[in-house]
Design a protein around this ligand. Structure first.
Ligand code: SF4
Length: 328
Protein backbone atom coordinates (compact mmCIF):
# COMPACT_ATOMS: atom_id res chain seq x y z
CA UNK A 1 0.00 0.00 0.00
CA UNK A 2 1.35 3.46 -0.88
CA UNK A 3 2.15 6.00 1.81
CA UNK A 4 -0.39 8.75 2.32
CA UNK A 5 1.82 11.70 1.47
CA UNK A 6 0.62 13.71 4.42
CA UNK A 7 3.84 14.71 6.17
CA UNK A 8 4.11 18.23 4.72
CA UNK A 9 0.51 19.10 5.57
CA UNK A 10 0.94 17.85 9.13
CA UNK A 11 4.27 19.65 9.53
CA UNK A 12 2.78 22.95 8.31
CA UNK A 13 -0.07 22.57 10.75
CA UNK A 14 2.42 21.80 13.53
CA UNK A 15 4.58 24.86 12.92
CA UNK A 16 1.49 27.04 13.31
CA UNK A 17 -0.08 25.25 16.25
CA UNK A 18 2.53 23.54 18.40
CA UNK A 19 2.44 23.98 22.15
CA UNK A 20 5.22 25.77 23.95
CA UNK A 21 6.44 22.84 26.05
CA UNK A 22 9.47 23.31 28.33
CA UNK A 23 11.41 20.36 26.91
CA UNK A 24 11.24 21.95 23.46
CA UNK A 25 13.79 24.66 24.36
CA UNK A 26 17.15 23.00 24.91
CA UNK A 27 20.21 25.24 24.68
CA UNK A 28 22.67 22.60 23.52
CA UNK A 29 22.80 19.11 22.04
CA UNK A 30 23.59 17.63 25.48
CA UNK A 31 20.66 19.48 27.00
CA UNK A 32 18.39 18.32 24.19
CA UNK A 33 19.27 14.67 24.91
CA UNK A 34 18.80 15.26 28.63
CA UNK A 35 15.43 17.00 28.20
CA UNK A 36 14.20 14.22 25.91
CA UNK A 37 15.29 11.57 28.40
CA UNK A 38 13.56 13.24 31.35
CA UNK A 39 10.38 14.21 29.51
CA UNK A 40 9.98 10.79 27.87
CA UNK A 41 10.34 9.04 31.23
CA UNK A 42 7.87 11.40 32.87
CA UNK A 43 5.39 11.10 30.01
CA UNK A 44 5.24 7.30 30.34
CA UNK A 45 1.84 6.85 32.06
CA UNK A 46 1.40 10.59 32.78
CA UNK A 47 -0.32 13.40 30.87
CA UNK A 48 1.52 16.40 29.42
CA UNK A 49 -0.20 19.00 31.62
CA UNK A 50 0.71 17.06 34.78
CA UNK A 51 4.30 16.57 33.66
CA UNK A 52 5.08 20.26 32.85
CA UNK A 53 5.61 21.56 36.44
CA UNK A 54 7.44 18.38 37.46
CA UNK A 55 9.75 18.65 34.46
CA UNK A 56 10.57 22.32 35.14
CA UNK A 57 11.42 21.68 38.78
CA UNK A 58 13.36 18.50 37.98
CA UNK A 59 15.68 20.07 35.40
CA UNK A 60 16.15 23.14 37.61
CA UNK A 61 17.26 20.99 40.54
CA UNK A 62 19.07 18.33 38.49
CA UNK A 63 20.25 20.12 35.35
CA UNK A 64 22.19 17.44 33.49
CA UNK A 65 23.07 13.76 33.17
CA UNK A 66 26.10 14.15 35.40
CA UNK A 67 24.11 15.60 38.30
CA UNK A 68 21.38 13.00 37.74
CA UNK A 69 23.89 10.18 38.07
CA UNK A 70 25.01 11.51 41.46
CA UNK A 71 21.75 12.77 42.89
CA UNK A 72 20.79 11.73 46.40
CA UNK A 73 17.97 9.15 46.24
CA UNK A 74 15.84 11.07 48.74
CA UNK A 75 16.03 14.21 46.61
CA UNK A 76 15.26 12.22 43.45
CA UNK A 77 12.17 10.60 44.95
CA UNK A 78 11.00 13.89 46.44
CA UNK A 79 11.12 15.49 42.98
CA UNK A 80 9.18 12.53 41.60
CA UNK A 81 6.63 12.46 44.42
CA UNK A 82 3.09 12.54 43.04
CA UNK A 83 4.02 11.33 39.53
CA UNK A 84 3.71 7.69 40.63
CA UNK A 85 5.48 4.68 39.13
CA UNK A 86 8.60 5.47 41.17
CA UNK A 87 10.64 2.82 39.38
CA UNK A 88 10.87 5.37 36.54
CA UNK A 89 12.88 7.75 38.74
CA UNK A 90 15.23 5.03 39.88
CA UNK A 91 15.70 3.79 36.32
CA UNK A 92 16.51 7.33 35.22
CA UNK A 93 19.40 7.53 37.64
CA UNK A 94 20.67 4.09 36.65
CA UNK A 95 20.39 5.07 32.99
CA UNK A 96 22.33 8.30 33.62
CA UNK A 97 25.16 6.33 35.26
CA UNK A 98 25.35 3.91 32.33
CA UNK A 99 25.30 6.69 29.74
CA UNK A 100 28.16 8.49 31.48
CA UNK A 101 30.14 5.28 31.57
CA UNK A 102 29.69 4.63 27.86
CA UNK A 103 29.25 7.82 25.89
CA UNK A 104 29.69 10.94 28.00
CA UNK A 105 26.44 12.86 28.09
CA UNK A 106 24.64 11.73 24.93
CA UNK A 107 22.07 8.98 24.57
CA UNK A 108 22.98 5.90 22.48
CA UNK A 109 22.04 5.99 18.80
CA UNK A 110 20.84 2.44 18.11
CA UNK A 111 17.65 0.64 19.06
CA UNK A 112 19.67 -2.17 20.60
CA UNK A 113 21.85 0.04 22.81
CA UNK A 114 18.91 2.16 23.89
CA UNK A 115 16.84 -0.86 24.88
CA UNK A 116 19.65 -2.05 27.12
CA UNK A 117 19.19 0.98 29.36
CA UNK A 118 16.92 0.58 32.40
CA UNK A 119 13.39 1.87 31.83
CA UNK A 120 13.84 2.32 28.06
CA UNK A 121 11.64 0.04 25.98
CA UNK A 122 10.71 -0.08 22.33
CA UNK A 123 8.57 3.06 22.37
CA UNK A 124 11.05 5.30 24.21
CA UNK A 125 13.94 4.02 22.06
CA UNK A 126 12.11 4.94 18.87
CA UNK A 127 11.13 8.32 20.29
CA UNK A 128 14.78 9.06 21.14
CA UNK A 129 16.01 7.95 17.71
CA UNK A 130 13.50 10.21 15.96
CA UNK A 131 13.77 13.21 18.29
CA UNK A 132 17.53 13.21 18.87
CA UNK A 133 18.93 11.54 15.76
CA UNK A 134 16.26 12.49 13.20
CA UNK A 135 15.94 8.80 12.23
CA UNK A 136 13.05 7.71 10.06
CA UNK A 137 11.13 5.85 12.74
CA UNK A 138 7.73 6.52 14.28
CA UNK A 139 7.16 5.64 17.94
CA UNK A 140 3.68 4.36 18.59
CA UNK A 141 2.30 6.39 21.50
CA UNK A 142 -1.39 6.64 22.41
CA UNK A 143 -1.92 9.72 20.24
CA UNK A 144 -0.35 8.26 17.11
CA UNK A 145 -2.17 4.97 17.69
CA UNK A 146 -5.51 6.82 17.77
CA UNK A 147 -4.64 8.74 14.59
CA UNK A 148 -3.79 5.50 12.78
CA UNK A 149 -6.97 3.78 13.93
CA UNK A 150 -9.05 6.67 12.66
CA UNK A 151 -7.21 7.43 9.41
CA UNK A 152 -7.35 3.77 8.35
CA UNK A 153 -10.68 3.03 10.06
CA UNK A 154 -9.38 -0.01 11.93
CA UNK A 155 -12.39 -1.75 13.41
CA UNK A 156 -11.39 -5.38 13.77
CA UNK A 157 -9.52 -6.88 16.72
CA UNK A 158 -6.70 -8.28 14.56
CA UNK A 159 -6.28 -4.87 12.88
CA UNK A 160 -5.47 -3.17 16.19
CA UNK A 161 -2.77 -5.62 17.22
CA UNK A 162 0.53 -3.87 17.87
CA UNK A 163 2.28 -5.53 14.89
CA UNK A 164 -0.38 -4.26 12.51
CA UNK A 165 -0.33 -0.77 13.99
CA UNK A 166 3.46 -0.71 13.62
CA UNK A 167 3.09 -1.68 9.95
CA UNK A 168 0.60 1.11 9.46
CA UNK A 169 3.07 3.68 10.85
CA UNK A 170 5.03 3.24 7.60
CA UNK A 171 1.99 4.45 5.66
CA UNK A 172 2.12 7.77 7.51
CA UNK A 173 5.34 8.35 5.56
CA UNK A 174 8.52 9.99 6.76
CA UNK A 175 10.16 13.37 6.52
CA UNK A 176 13.65 14.81 6.28
CA UNK A 177 12.51 16.68 9.41
CA UNK A 178 11.57 13.49 11.19
CA UNK A 179 12.16 14.92 14.67
CA UNK A 180 9.49 17.53 13.95
CA UNK A 181 7.25 15.11 12.08
CA UNK A 182 7.03 12.72 15.03
CA UNK A 183 6.19 15.55 17.41
CA UNK A 184 3.69 16.88 14.88
CA UNK A 185 1.88 13.53 14.72
CA UNK A 186 1.72 13.35 18.51
CA UNK A 187 0.51 16.94 18.72
CA UNK A 188 -2.17 16.36 16.07
CA UNK A 189 -3.43 13.33 17.99
CA UNK A 190 -3.42 15.23 21.25
CA UNK A 191 -4.94 18.55 20.16
CA UNK A 192 -7.15 17.66 17.18
CA UNK A 193 -7.80 13.93 16.89
CA UNK A 194 -8.95 13.78 20.51
CA UNK A 195 -10.32 10.58 22.04
CA UNK A 196 -13.85 11.95 21.95
CA UNK A 197 -15.19 14.69 19.67
CA UNK A 198 -12.21 15.02 17.30
CA UNK A 199 -11.92 18.49 15.75
CA UNK A 200 -12.00 17.23 12.18
CA UNK A 201 -12.78 20.59 10.62
CA UNK A 202 -9.40 21.82 11.86
CA UNK A 203 -7.57 18.69 10.81
CA UNK A 204 -5.06 19.16 7.97
CA UNK A 205 -5.55 15.62 6.67
CA UNK A 206 -9.31 15.18 6.88
CA UNK A 207 -9.47 14.49 3.14
CA UNK A 208 -7.30 11.39 3.72
CA UNK A 209 -9.18 10.07 6.74
CA UNK A 210 -11.52 7.08 6.40
CA UNK A 211 -13.27 7.77 9.72
CA UNK A 212 -14.02 11.33 8.63
CA UNK A 213 -15.46 10.06 5.36
CA UNK A 214 -17.70 7.62 7.21
CA UNK A 215 -18.46 10.02 10.09
CA UNK A 216 -17.70 7.25 12.54
CA UNK A 217 -15.03 8.09 15.12
CA UNK A 218 -15.33 5.26 17.59
CA UNK A 219 -12.02 3.80 18.71
CA UNK A 220 -11.63 0.09 19.13
CA UNK A 221 -9.53 -0.75 22.19
CA UNK A 222 -7.93 -3.92 23.40
CA UNK A 223 -9.80 -5.17 26.42
CA UNK A 224 -7.50 -5.00 29.39
CA UNK A 225 -8.41 -7.23 32.25
CA UNK A 226 -7.50 -5.53 35.48
CA UNK A 227 -6.98 -8.06 38.19
CA UNK A 228 -8.88 -7.44 41.41
CA UNK A 229 -6.85 -8.23 44.51
CA UNK A 230 -7.75 -7.88 48.18
CA UNK A 231 -5.38 -6.69 50.89
CA UNK A 232 -5.49 -5.99 54.59
CA UNK A 233 -3.40 -3.04 55.73
CA UNK A 234 -2.26 -2.70 59.34
CA UNK A 235 -2.15 0.90 60.44
CA UNK A 236 -0.57 1.46 63.80
CA UNK A 237 -1.77 4.62 65.48
CA UNK A 238 -0.16 5.40 68.80
CA UNK A 239 0.77 8.77 70.33
CA UNK A 240 0.26 10.57 67.00
CA UNK A 241 2.78 8.23 65.38
CA UNK A 242 2.49 5.49 62.83
CA UNK A 243 4.66 2.71 61.46
CA UNK A 244 5.82 2.01 57.89
CA UNK A 245 7.94 -0.71 56.35
CA UNK A 246 10.13 -0.84 53.25
CA UNK A 247 8.25 -2.79 50.59
CA UNK A 248 10.33 -5.65 49.29
CA UNK A 249 7.44 -8.08 49.05
CA UNK A 250 5.13 -6.71 46.33
CA UNK A 251 6.12 -5.76 42.77
CA UNK A 252 4.39 -2.39 42.95
CA UNK A 253 6.18 0.47 44.79
CA UNK A 254 9.26 -1.66 45.25
CA UNK A 255 11.58 -0.51 48.09
CA UNK A 256 9.29 2.36 49.06
CA UNK A 257 7.58 2.91 52.39
CA UNK A 258 4.16 1.33 52.80
CA UNK A 259 2.01 0.22 55.69
CA UNK A 260 2.44 -3.46 56.60
CA UNK A 261 -0.04 -5.34 54.43
CA UNK A 262 -0.90 -8.81 53.21
CA UNK A 263 -3.20 -10.32 50.64
CA UNK A 264 -6.55 -11.67 51.86
CA UNK A 265 -9.50 -13.55 50.35
CA UNK A 266 -12.47 -11.67 48.88
CA UNK A 267 -14.75 -13.18 51.49
CA UNK A 268 -12.77 -11.62 54.37
CA UNK A 269 -12.87 -8.24 52.64
CA UNK A 270 -16.58 -8.43 51.82
CA UNK A 271 -17.67 -9.61 55.25
CA UNK A 272 -15.68 -7.02 57.21
CA UNK A 273 -17.22 -3.80 58.54
CA UNK A 274 -13.83 -2.05 58.78
CA UNK A 275 -13.02 0.95 56.61
CA UNK A 276 -12.35 0.11 52.98
CA UNK A 277 -10.39 1.80 50.23
CA UNK A 278 -9.97 1.09 46.51
CA UNK A 279 -7.15 2.11 44.23
CA UNK A 280 -5.85 1.09 40.81
CA UNK A 281 -2.15 0.48 40.67
CA UNK A 282 -0.01 -1.32 38.08
CA UNK A 283 -3.00 -2.79 36.20
CA UNK A 284 -4.44 -4.07 39.44
CA UNK A 285 -7.60 -3.00 41.19
CA UNK A 286 -6.66 -3.11 44.84
CA UNK A 287 -9.41 -3.43 47.40
CA UNK A 288 -7.95 -2.59 50.75
CA UNK A 289 -9.30 -3.34 54.19
CA UNK A 290 -8.01 -0.94 56.83
CA UNK A 291 -7.14 -2.44 60.17
CA UNK A 292 -6.28 0.13 62.86
CA UNK A 293 -4.17 -0.92 65.83
CA UNK A 294 -3.01 1.09 68.87
CA UNK A 295 0.38 -0.42 69.38
CA UNK A 296 3.52 0.29 67.36
CA UNK A 297 5.02 -3.14 66.56
CA UNK A 298 8.44 -4.06 67.80
CA UNK A 299 9.91 -4.95 64.43
CA UNK A 300 12.05 -3.42 61.66
CA UNK A 301 10.42 -0.37 60.14
CA UNK A 302 10.11 3.40 60.28
CA UNK A 303 8.17 5.25 62.97
CA UNK A 304 6.86 8.55 61.68
CA UNK A 305 4.91 11.40 63.29
CA UNK A 306 1.50 12.16 61.82
CA UNK A 307 2.49 15.76 61.11
CA UNK A 308 5.58 14.67 59.13
CA UNK A 309 3.66 12.40 56.75
CA UNK A 310 2.62 15.22 54.39
CA UNK A 311 6.21 16.19 53.59
CA UNK A 312 7.88 12.81 53.94
CA UNK A 313 9.20 10.91 50.93
CA UNK A 314 6.55 8.26 50.82
CA UNK A 315 4.35 7.28 47.88
CA UNK A 316 0.96 8.94 47.50
CA UNK A 317 -0.49 5.41 47.78
CA UNK A 318 0.61 5.32 51.45
CA UNK A 319 -0.54 8.89 52.11
CA UNK A 320 -3.99 8.15 50.68
CA UNK A 321 -4.43 5.10 52.88
CA UNK A 322 -3.32 7.11 55.90
CA UNK A 323 -5.86 9.87 55.14
CA UNK A 324 -8.68 7.35 54.74
CA UNK A 325 -7.71 5.60 57.98
CA UNK A 326 -7.78 8.85 59.95
CA UNK A 327 -10.93 10.26 58.34
CA UNK A 328 -14.14 10.10 60.37
S1 SF4 B 1 -10.17 13.92 10.22
FE1 SF4 B 1 -10.86 13.79 12.31
S2 SF4 B 1 -10.78 11.62 12.81
FE2 SF4 B 1 -9.58 11.91 10.95
S3 SF4 B 1 -7.48 12.18 11.68
FE3 SF4 B 1 -8.36 14.21 11.47
S4 SF4 B 1 -9.20 14.68 13.50
FE4 SF4 B 1 -8.81 12.48 13.42
Amino acid sequence: MATLNISNKILNWYYNNKRDLPWRHPKSKEQSHYYTLISEFMLQQTQVKTVIPYFKKFVYEIPNIDSLSKVDNRKLLKLWEGLGYYSRAKNLKRTAKLILKKKKSLLPDTLKDLKELPGIGDYTSRAILALEYNRKVIPLDGNIERLIKRIFYLRKINEIKKENLMLKTHLLGYSSRQRDYVQALMELGSLICKPSDPLCNNCPINNKCASFKLKDFKILKKIKSNKVKYFKVDIYCGKEKTFLIKNNKFNFLKNLLIFPMHEIKAIEYNSSKSKKFQIKISNMNMKILINKNNKIPNKKGTIINYNKIGNAIIPSFTKKIFNVALSQ
